[in-house]
Write a new protein. Structure first.
Length: 196
């Protein structure tokens, strides 16, 4: 059964009903249920659960529960990542999120995907990893699709559906998400004092 987990993490077709994977998802579900009854990192039990849930970074993550994920162990967080209310991470493949990245309420990150052929889809699925750089801000309700990379210091507008890679240091938004403009070093997003 370990082979199914290896296939899952390497992007091959795999059986999601393999007992090892079912047990790992049950573990995550149990931890998320307990976490969602706490104040997140603000109380000792919440901090303990976060450290146990995530593959890396649970000791410094900041979170407003509720939060949901498939495995948790495939999520690797940098320093002081923030999840607002109702975030969902389908971490069938690795999800890496860099230091000081902020995820707004209801952000969804998907690595899981499925074959187009219906008969194959009944028994197997596959996944593509997601990587999000440091100092990224993802607006509320955004969806990050399988295989996407978002560069450092990018800003993703609320409600965006990110279907392809986004470079570093840009404002991107829409469905599908597209680059709108570069972000300048002194850009605060509200316009300069001369524009007001």
């Amino acid at each position: 059964m370990a082979r199914e987990r290896e296939k899952m993490l390497s992007g091959e077709l795999y059986d999601p009903l393999a007992p090892e994977l079912v047990a790992a998802r049950e573990r995550s579900s149990r931890l998320c249920r307990a976490l969602n009854l706490t104040q997140g990192e603000q109380d000792p039990e919440g901090r303990r659960l976060l450290a146990e849930l995530f593959g890396h970074g649970g000791d410094t993550v900041r979170m407003q529960p509720p939060f949901y994920c498939d495995y948790g162990s495939n999520i690797e967080l940098g320093e002081s990542v923030f999840f607002n209310f109702n975030c969902v991470v389908l971490d069938v493949a690795r999800v890496r999120i860099g230091d000081y990245t902020l995820l707004g309420p209801g952000v969804h990150i998907y690595t899981a995907t499925h074959p187009f052929e219906a008969k194959l889809r009944r028994q197997q699925e596959f996944a593509r990893p997601v990587a999000i750089g440091s100092d990224v801000w993802i607006g509320g309700g955004a969806i990050i699709c399988p295989g996407v990379t978002i560069g450092a210091k990018a800003v993703i507008g609320a409600g965006s559906v990110v279907t392809r890679d986004i470079p570093a240091g840009v404002l991107a938004a829409g469905n599908p998400c597209r680059v709108i403009r570069s972000i300048e070093q002194d850009d605060n997003g509200a316009g300069s004092s001369q524009e007001r």
